[in-house]
Design a binder for this molecule. Structure first.
Ligand SMILES: Nc1ncnc2c1ncn2[C@@H]1O[C@H](COP(=O)(O)OP(=O)(O)OP(=O)(O)O)[C@@H](O)[C@H]1O
Ligand SMILES: [Mg+2]
Length: 251
């Protein structure tokens, strides 16, 4: 096991596969789970990349529940559930945590962020419940902002630093220029001692230099480099050879 680093909030995830009751059902039948032994996190950013349906969200959700987040997203203070669709993977996962506990944290799921916004509005309707939560979101209802604007508000205003942030496809609503802005926000938060675990398809976001990239393959998670990802290679090839690719695809 790696020496404990004070900047790490999450050091390692270990899967106790011997205890899994039925390896033929979801999520235990996914290659990412069947081949999972340990996953060592980078102190700054760990990227999880791979094909649609390869199990990135399933893994992130198990990690998020394991550190105490609501399965549908939000901070540790959110306890709502619109549907109980989370897998039981977290029950079999053991997490090695660092010496210091994060002062902040958030689990962002692009797919259920709308539900988080609704929950904030619901909680803020109670005048006895203390300062409105939307104060932390630039004092504006997330529903009154566009999808991309609300994501940026979250990163710019709600994330407080020294935090553990688990983000599932943060690029989902963002223009390329906002994705570049996201890179600079990630850097700002990392400099103030935060750790990120991010599932992404974005060749811009996974371009952050000081990070580990793990690719989900049929044989499980495999460490890779930025230039070796299909996301980088395909995007670059397309941009460099657009007419040729279009001819091959469309003729
Ligand atoms: N609740 C569920 N019950 C059964 N199968 C599920 C459930 N949730 C997801 N799956 C299946 O597990 C596989 C992995 O899903 P997951 O959402 O983790 O993939 P992903 O890598 O995040 O994909 P994407 O890049 O499209 O977000 C998919 O084939 C999906 O159909
Ligand atoms: Mg996903």
């Amino acid at each position: 096991m790696k020496a404990i680093d004070a900047e790490h909030y999450l050091i390692e995830a270990f899967l106790n596969r011997a205890d899994i009751p039925d390896a033929s059902i979801y999520p235990f039948n996914l290659p990412i789970v069947q081949h999972f032994t340990t996953l060592e996190f980078h102190p700054k950013i760990t990227f999880i990349v791979g094909e649609n349906g390869s199990g990135k969200s399933t893994l992130l959700e198990a990690l998020a529940i394991g550190v105490g987040f609501n399965a549908e997203g939000g901070s540790k203070n959110f306890h709502f559930s619109t549907m109980d669709s989370h897998s039981g993977l977290h029950d079999f996962m053991r997490l090695t945590k660092g010496l210091h506990r994060p002062k902040d944290g958030y689990f962002l799921r692009a797919e259920t962020f709308y539900n988080v916004a609704s929950e904030i509005e619901r909680l803020d309707e109670d005048p006895t419940a203390g300062p409105p939560i939307k104060t932390y979101y630039n004092n504006k209802s997330l529903h009154a902002q566009s999808h991309g604007e609300s994501f940026m508000t979250l990163m710019e205003h709600r994330f407080g630093g020294k935090g553990l942030y688990i983000l599932d496809e943060p690029e989902a609503a963002l223009s390329p220029s906002r994705q570049l802005k996201l890179l600079s926000l990630l850097h700002k938060h990392i400099k103030s001692g935060s750790q990120f675990i991010i599932a992404t398809h974005s060749p811009i976001i996974m371009g952050y230099p000081d990070a580990s990239i793990f690719l989900v393959t049929k044989g499980g998670l495999r460490a890779t480099t930025y230039e070796d990802t299909e996301h980088y290679q395909l995007t670059k090839y397309f941009l460099d050879n657009r007419q040729k690719v279009l001819k091959e695809l469309l003729d």
